[in-house]
Ligand binder design. Sequence first.
Ligand SMILES: CCCCCCCCCCCCC/C=C/C(=O)SCCNC(=O)CCNC(=O)[C@H](O)C(C)(C)COP(=O)(O)OP(=O)(O)OC[C@H]1O[C@@H](n2cnc3c(N)ncnc32)[C@H](O)[C@@H]1OP(=O)(O)O
Length: 242
Amino acid sequence: MASTEEDGSVEEKENNNKKRTKSAIAVAWLTFYNIAMTAGWLVLAMAMIRFYIQRGTHKGLYKSIARTLKFFQTIALLEVVHCAIGIVRTSVIVTGVQVCSRIFMVWFITNSIKQIQNEESVILFLVVWTVTEITRYSFYTFNLLNHLPYFIKWARYNMFIIMYPLGVVGELMTIYAALPYVRKTGMLSMRLPNKYNVSFDYYYFLIIVMLSYIPLFPQLYFHMLRQRRKVLLGEIIVEKDE
Ligand SMILES: CCCCCCCCCCCCC/C=C/C(=O)SCCNC(=O)CCNC(=O)[C@H](O)C(C)(C)COP(=O)(O)OP(=O)(O)OC[C@H]1O[C@@H](n2cnc3c(N)ncnc32)[C@H](O)[C@@H]1OP(=O)(O)O
């Protein structure tokens, strides 16, 4: 009897130790990840500012930062993994939509269509993303280190009120600017007849993507408003299973 109780408590202790080790590893990884991402977006900010000061124009800016942007934005796919494996308490769907829409903008719009890279709207979403991500990743970093300055917390949960719509305007205007080129060249499209007997029109796909902002963006925005109420005003919010 005594030995069973002892075994039980040893097993319990081992489980607790495992949990502690797992969460310590998770915290260490997230701290490293968030520091690296803050640094990455700071490098992008510096590169953009330097480019503009030296050239006095935004033309050519995207090309000059494209590699760094693609690298750090693509790495952000890890955030979906973080949610999926449960080391971050956020919805996989909300994070997935956010990250995938950004990756789509970078790889399938701005990177694929050189003719639109100098549009002002590209600079708009780049600046908005950069400011947002420096704030967001530094918020997570300081939070994990238990030394969160109030102004970073305030910025994280207030700036998005303006930044989110501005980012969406930049993204939608960029996709809109791409439409004539996509229609003219038929890029990434498959017309019938072909050996797979499949038809895909990238032009109409882009229109569907633009329309999908109408139901999806409010969900992301209201999610952030709920987070804001929870973190800044201390409201207890019961989330539905997402
Ligand atoms: C095939 C193509 C498909 C295209 C589809 C198109 C449709 C798209 C429509 C919508 C398009 C949107 C376009 C977006 C543009 C922009 O980004 S514009 C710039 C402005 N953007 C923002 O302000 C971004 C706001 N969004 C976010 O912050 C996130 O992406 C989020 C997922 C939407 C919300 O974040 P969330 O994680 O839920 O909230 P938090 O309060 O920050 O965190 C919750 C808890 O999770 C912890 N956490 C999260 N991440 C980390 C991390 N990296 N490290 C450590 N901890 C993390 C966080 O601390 C919280 O924990 P608790 O404190 O314990 O609650």
